[in-house]
Design a protein around this ligand. Structure first.
Ligand code: MIC
Ligand code: SF4
Length: 646
């Protein structure tokens, strides 16, 4: 039987297990990436593991998320990260060099390799045929230590692409079409693999946009084949020596096939406030827009900014619109300039920002009250922009620029001729802000620089025989990690300071959550949180597990969990339990006391279900969907404890 592209790469990296769907596997990780907001914690964890140097083929530490430097704290984090990279043999991408996923695609992505990144959009590199997976910082720290990555072998959805995108329709619309079909949880436990003649019509940055947004479907990763288009991209990056052809076998078998004729697509938009709330732009036309931003790891490549610049030629930004450009990387910015397109943007009235995540993670660029913001970003979860009751629409660069010109949501097909965009055969490559790893003897002499905001990790104790927890919060479906552990300009500087950041856990849902949890902790009591479907979707931030654990959260009971968040809960010894009978969700209220009976024994003996007493209300059954390794981690109290025991 033939293999798909994803199967070929996974098979080549299997350390344990087989390609049998739904079974635990471990894969060798060739490359890792971290970004500053998750990186500080990941390197504190790597230090606890106690190795002298990273044991991957390549590891990169990027600074892209928090560039504001409103006080000493971010600058301290950046210096810490730079000294860590020098000490342990990593590449270091300095602030201003660009968003990790865009820079990785340009400088390091390599067909056929595996990549583990402490950022949920790591699958972007699937556009260059990597099996690239987002994970918590601790999993990435373990991979840097040369340990395999553990996951459940996903199903593979094949998306058969035919036809060609019409004018004014682009890769974003492919992803939005997929999001409408799969929803934010349809990719759970799945890899999305694109194949068929339509693939040839998509450049690597287009493929990367589509792979990037697979994260919003909950997919483990998304993958494209490696063909002559991939070769052209690598040549343009001066890296064609890493190219190899990787195509699906003609008799490859997908677990499910979705047919998509690209020529039938139209401009789409994800409406407030979920990436899967997708509608055709024609249905939204005329709504007034106050802000438009082109940027983020999904849509800020040279192609994206060229389309915008050329469309603006001879036009001006509408007086009611703040039109902002966040270039994906320094390389994008420099090439844009060399092609004369930066001038077009500036002349039309665009505000040019430095390369980085910026408003995508709420670091500035918050929209005005009650106004619509159109963004080529990845997520429009409520409040993520930094403004309460925000109205963020996720769109293609084409739809974005149309609104920047007209001041309202506009079908870009009304703008006339679609500008031709030719990518250079060879990009201007400038690695001025990319520092290579130091040789071992020099690296050993490097001193790690630690500012006062960098606080070492606490110890977490093993699981008790029986868990008695107070339910401090009950939430609904699709709760995001932005709800659990918000980001933004106020909170992001605290990512390397666990006691401080813990104060903001669930801040928007219950501002007193942290206080109440700490008070219970003082009394020696644990806390539980109850959730609905797809609990913990979104970011890979392990702080959404680590900070609650610090506050004494020991169990989460939900209808279902998002993949990365569940792994993070396990890594920090929080028990993820699902309802055997989903209707039991109704039986629990905030304030109830839950007793997870004989929980140690349940984990030690591999039980699939355990009894949960709701004090004064009766007993329900909880499901333990955990591998043997997951059980060992939870019993030990955290993955770090287990690693030390072994
Ligand atoms: C995001 O887009 O939510 C982030 C910020 O990139 C996160 C990582 C983080 O919280 O630091 C992600 O997607 O994993
Ligand atoms: Fe940065 Fe936004 Fe991409 Fe996250 S989604 S990595 S915040 S650009």
């Amino acid at each position: 039987m033939g293999l798909t592209v994803a199967e070929k790469i996974i098979e080549n990296h299997l350390v344990s297990g087989t390609l049998k769907r739904g079974t635990p596997i471990a894969i060798k990780i060739d490359q890792t990436l971290t970004q500053d907001a998750t990186g500080t914690m990941a390197y504190l964890e790597f230090e606890v593991i106690g190795l002298d140097r990273v044991r991957t083929e390549l590891s990169v530490s990027y600074v892209d998320h928090n560039l504001l430097q409103t006080d000493f704290r971010n600058a301290d984090d950046h210096r810490f990260l730079q000294s860590i990279a020098a000490r342990y043999g990593l590449w270091f991408s300095r602030p201003g060099n660009g968003i990790c996923h865009q820079v990785h695609l340009e400088r390091f992505a390599c067909p056929g390799k595996t990549l583990l990144g402490s950022d949920s959009h790591t699958p972007t590199a699937g556009g260059c045929t990597m099996v690239a997976i987002g994970a918590g910082g601790l999993d990435v720290a373990m991979a840097m230590a040369g340990k395999p990555f553990h996951l459940i072998m996903p199903k593979i959805i094949g998306v058969h692409l035919t036809g060609e995108l019409p004018p004014w329709v682009s890769a974003r619309d492919v992803a939005l079409w997929m999001l409408r079909r799969l929803t934010v949880k349809g990719g759970l436990g799945k890899i999305i693999e694109y194949f068929g003649p339509g693939v040839k019509k998509l450049s690597v940055p287009d493929r990367a946009t589509i792979a990037n947004l697979g994260t919003e479907m909950g997919a483990t990763t998304s993958v494209f084949p490696s063909d002559e288009i991939t070769l052209a991209w690598l040549k343009a990056q001066g890296r064609d020596e890493v190219w190899q052809e990787i195509l699906p076998d003609p008799d490859a078998v997908y677990d499910e096939i979705i047919e998509l004729d690209l020529s039938t697509l139209e401009p789409l938009a994800a409406c407030p406030s979920s990436p899967d709330n997708v509608k055709p732009v024609v249905e939204l036309e005329g709504r007034p827009v106050a802000q438009v931003i082109v940027g983020s790891c999904a849509n800020s490549s040279l192609r994206d900014l060229l389309v915008v610049a050329h469309t603006l030629k001879g036009r001006k930004v509408h007086p009611e619109v703040s039109f902002e450009i966040n270039p994906g990387s320094l390389q994008v910015l420099e090439n844009l300039d060399a092609l004369g397109a930066l001038k077009e943007l500036i002349h039309a009235g665009a505000r040019i920002h430095q390369s980085g995540c910026l408003g995508c993670i709420g670091m500035g660029q918050a929209p005005a009250t009650g106004t619509i913001s159109l963004r080529t970003f990845t997520r429009n979860f409520p409040g993520r922009s930094g403004t309460k009751n925000d109205q963020v629409y996720l769109v293609s660069p084409e739809v974005a620029v149309a609104a920047a010109i007209t001041g309202k949501i506009t079908d870009p097909r009304k703008l006339g001729a679609y500008p031709a965009v030719d990518l250079p055969e060879r990009f201007i490559i400038n690695d001025a802000l990319l520092l290579p790893p130091l040789p071992e003897d020099e690296a050993r002499k490097v001193e790690i620089i630690r500012g006062p905001n960098i606080v070492p990790l606490p110890q977490f104790d093993p699981l008790p025989e029986e868990l008695c927890c107070r339910v401090l919060l009950k939430v609904g479906d699709n709760i995001t990690t932005d709800h659990i552990m918000p980001a933004g300009a106020k909170i992001l500087p605290l990512r390397s300071n666990l006691p401080a950041i813990s104060q903001y856990v669930f801040a928007a849902l219950d501002p007193e959550f942290a206080q109440k949890a700490l008070a219970l902790k003082e009394e020696g009591k644990w806390v539980a949180v109850v959730g609905g479907e797809n609990y913990g979707q979104g970011s890979s931030r392990e702080h959404a597990a680590l900070a609650p654990r610090y506050l004494g959260v020991r169990a989460k009971l939900a209808k279902s969990f998002a993949r990365i968040h569940k792994a993070n809960l396990i890594n920090f010894g929080i028990l993820p339990v699902t309802f055997v009978q989903p209707e039991d969700y109704e039986k629990i209220s905030s304030g109830d006391e839950l007793i997870f009976k004989r929980v140690r024994q349940a984990l030690e003996e591999g039980w699939e279900e355990l009894e949960i007493e709701i004090k004064g209300k009766g007993t329900i059954s909880g499901r333990l969907e955990l591998t043997e390794r997951d059980r060992e981690i939870i019993l030990a109290g955290s993955l770090l404890n287990l690693a030390k025991e072994n």
